[in-house]
Design a protein around this ligand. Structure first.
Ligand SMILES: [Zn+2]
Length: 269
């Protein structure tokens, strides 16, 4: 079974995890000593749990080769925005439960991947159910967290930036990628404020729409000021705080919010 191209039903980032651990150095150590398979992409390293030919389909050779190719694509996309070479380390555990143990979190069932300590951890089951485009989007999103870090940022900026990178080259129309928010806008419920932390909690009512609001905020900033300035904003926000960085960009939060509301209506109305 595949889910719609829109990946929201299968992915929500584990916020505390991303915030707490997104800045850790790359972790390329062998995760399952003596039981690890390594598949090398052009830039990526894929570590899978188990011997060749064993375990679920996601751990078989063709799936791991495909994953390495997709991780390479994600690395190119993230590197193009950040302006540097990105080398993904992707872990493929044998089950969602094992993914949760690796990430040190609660259950990950229903999610597709998480960023953790410099690595992207694929969640078997959730990842497999995504369309090819959805897999590329998820990998680029999580790899952006790993490569750019998330500490010290409002959630809308860290998640919106990750989705900006993830959707930049995905070839999806905005109303399709932001289907839930588009439905709200068309029914007269356009957003008023940038989404706060509670909007991104796992299981939140409007989780999909919150991600889409954040994505469109970053997409708007890139459209108005240029992608390079969005990237600089992200870095400066981590250094001096988002409010100061946005003001320096000429978009203090109140101004940004007003302009973003118009942008959302224009893109989705
Ligand atoms: Zn995320």
């Amino acid at each position: 079974m595949s889910v719609p191209v829109n990946r929201r039903t299968a992915l929500a980032c584990l916020l505390p995890l991303a915030l707490a651990r997104g800045d850790a150095p790359p972790g390329a150590a062998e995760p399952w000593p003596g039981r690890t398979r390594l598949v090398r992409g052009a830039r990526s390293l894929i570590f899978a749990h188990g011997a060749p030919g064993t375990g679920p389909a996601a751990l078989r050779e063709p799936a791991l080769r495909e994953l390495a190719l997709r991780a390479d694509v994600a690395a190119a996309r993230v590197g193009a925005v950040l302006g540097r070479t990105v080398r993904p380390v992707v872990l493929v555990p044998a089950s969602a439960a094992e993914a949760a143990r690796l990430a040190g979190t609660g259950p990950l069932d229903g999610l597709a991947a998480v960023a953790d300590g410099g690595r992207v951890i694929v969640v078997p089951g959730g990842f497999d159910r995504l369309t090819p485009t959805g897999r590329d989007v998820v990998l680029a999103h999580e790899l952006t967290h790993v490569a750019a870090g998330t500490g010290g940022l409002p959630v809308w900026l860290s998640e919106g930036f990750a989705d900006y990178v993830a959707y930049r080259d995905a070839g999806l129309a905005v109303p399709a990628a932001a289907a839930e928010l588009a439905a709200e806008v068309r029914s007269g419920r356009a957003p008023r404020e940038l989404p706060g932390p509670a909007a991104f909690a796992p299981g939140a009512d409007r989780l999909a729409a919150a991600y889409q609001e954040a994505w469109l905020a970053c997409r708007f900033i890139a459209a108005r000021t240029g992608e390079a300035r969005l990237v600089r904003l992200y870095r400066e926000a981590r250094a001096v705080g988002a409010d100061r960085a946005l003001t320096a960009l000429g978009l203090p939060v109140a101004t940004l919010t007003a302009l973003w509301r118009t942008y959302v209506r224009d893109e989705l109305g």
